[in-house]
Design a protein. Structure first.
Length: 470
């Protein structure tokens, strides 16, 4: 076999008639490596085990019709191009096929040149999409080489653990407060593992109506319940070959916990309203901000499921426990939003950074990110100062420690009021272009009173009203 042969695209022909499969082979064999399958089950096995570029799929197949096979193929590899082959050209079939992601369809008996042109276009489309996906991935990696950002010992330890776990397909349970970046950790495990080229499918039961959680996870058959007008694949099937990220796992009700346990034990699912078991090959990464051990003790969470999920535990520390990482996180988000908003912000002033480092961040990294995004949207100059920060950050008491969120405030009311006044004055001065007289009018103060405050805060109000406060 020559080097050119090794690079030839692969076409899979699925038809229950051997003579039809041979006809396709005769037409395609010159330009493509042709594999054939007599039914849908064998076709799915081939796509899972081999690289395939385009599938020629007969509509009428035994056991599993072509539409169902198409749906399953797309669940395995959404970028796979599928051309349906039909004996009767109907608009209804064409519409159904296109809705499920078919590239096109061809009618028997087919014209050789028409078939070759159709297959060539499908392969070119797949090749282009794979290239775009690769380039986007490279661009994302160039922007965010260190998704797990921080030099705190706990974060370095976490990064090493993620690298080790990623090489395996072991089930992982990620714990941590809301906003600490549990999904980011899950994506890092997927991206650095052997399943990186397969789907990463996240699902948060808290974001799904309780009555639809089972359908969301396991899918449903047509007519399974009111409103189920057609079959739907669940997240498990969509994640076939890849990683399923189950966020806030502690919120699952008892019946769903039981079903999930069976999936982890048997590695198969059954759609809601279905009677057939479907084998799945999915890595499970779960996350929770709840104390699952306590939930097990109280009976709110199944003990057997907990141990099935907690094969490799990963705990993400809250931001207040690694407050020294704040400057690195700030730099990361400023860089990201400069690119996203097409801005050229240099960063935060030392005073603003001090305020960020003096806040407890109960919402963790997510809250910090939101604060930076807001400041980046509103700021006009090259630097972000205290006046650009949320008020709850600027009036925060002392530097946070490991238990800061539970401690009483260490600032008396006069100090808090003074800091609040300073932020408001700075914002008004910026809005009026530094004009002290205008700022005093807006604030309802005499100009001299405002100048006294500026002097106390060591903010220069300028020699005249026109010079402004710097």
């Amino acid at each position: 076999m020559s080097g050119d042969d090794l690079l030839r695209p692969v076409a899979l022909v699925v038809d229950d008639e051997e003579s039809v499969r041979e006809s396709f082979r005769l037409v395609l064999d010159h330009d493509y490596d042709v594999i054939d399958a007599p039914d849908g089950a064998r076709a799915l096995e081939i796509v899972r085990a081999h690289h395939v570029d385009v599938v020629l799929l007969d509509i009428r197949l035994p056991e599993m019709d072509g539409i169902e096979v198409l749906e399953r193929l797309k669940a395995i590899d959404d970028s796979l191009e599928v051309i349906l082959v039909t004996a009767v050209k109907t608009v209804r079939t064409a519409v159904a096929a296109m809705k499920l992601g078919a590239f096109d369809y061809v009618t028997k008996p087919f014209d050789d040149d028409e078939l070759l042109s159709l297959v060539r276009r499908a392969v070119e489309k797949r090749s282009l999409e794979r290239e775009v996906t690769f380039l986007r991935g490279e661009l994302a990696r160039s922007r965010d080489r260190d998704e797990i950002i921080g030099h705190h010992p706990e974060m370095l330890k976490l990064a090493r653990l993620v690298t080790q776990v990623a090489r395996t397909t072991t089930t992982v349970l990620i714990t941590g407060e809301s906003g600490t970046g549990k999904e980011l950790i899950a994506r890092a495990i997927h991206r650095h593992g052997p399943r990186r080229d397969k789907p990463f499918v996240p699902v948060n039961p808290a974001a799904v109506p309780e009555a639809l959680v089972e359908s969301e996870l396991f899918g449903h058959e047509k007519g399974a319940f009111t409103g189920a007008h057609q079959r739907k694949l669940g997240r498990f099937e969509l994640a076939q070959g890849g990683t399923l990220f189950l966020d806030e796992i502690g919120l699952l009700r008892a019946e769903v916990q039981a079903k999930l346990l069976r999936v982890l034990q048997e590695r198969e699912i059954e759609r809601v309203g279905g009677t057939r078991a479907i084998k799945i090959d999915v890595r499970i990464v779960a996350a929770t901000n709840a104390d699952l051990k306590r939930a097990v003790t109280s009976g709110a969470f199944r003990e057997d499921l907990y141990y099935r999920l907690n094969v490799v535990p990963i705990e993400v520390p809250p931001l207040r426990d690694r407050i020294d990482d704040v400057p690195r996180l700030v730099e990361h988000f400023v860089r990201r939003y400069n690119d996203e908003f097409k801005k050229h912000v240099q960063g935060f002033t030392p005073e603003a950074l001090d305020l960020l480092a003096s806040y407890a961040w109960p919402g963790n990294v997510r809250e910090l990110q939101n604060a930076i995004e807001r400041a980046m949207v509103l700021v006009d100059g090259p630097w972000i100062g205290p006046a650009d920060l949320p008020l709850d950050v600027t009036v925060a008491p002392g530097r946070p420690g490991p238990r800061h969120a539970a401690e009483p405030l260490r600032m008396d009311l006069n100090q808090a009021s003074d800091r609040f006044e300073r932020v408001i004055v700075q914002r008004v001065l910026e809005e009026v272009g530094g004009n002290v007289s205008e700022a005093a009018r807006v604030l309802g103060l005499h100009r001299n009173s405002l100048r006294m405050r500026l002097a106390r805060w060591k903010l220069d109000g300028g020699e005249s009203d026109e010079s402004g406060a710097q």
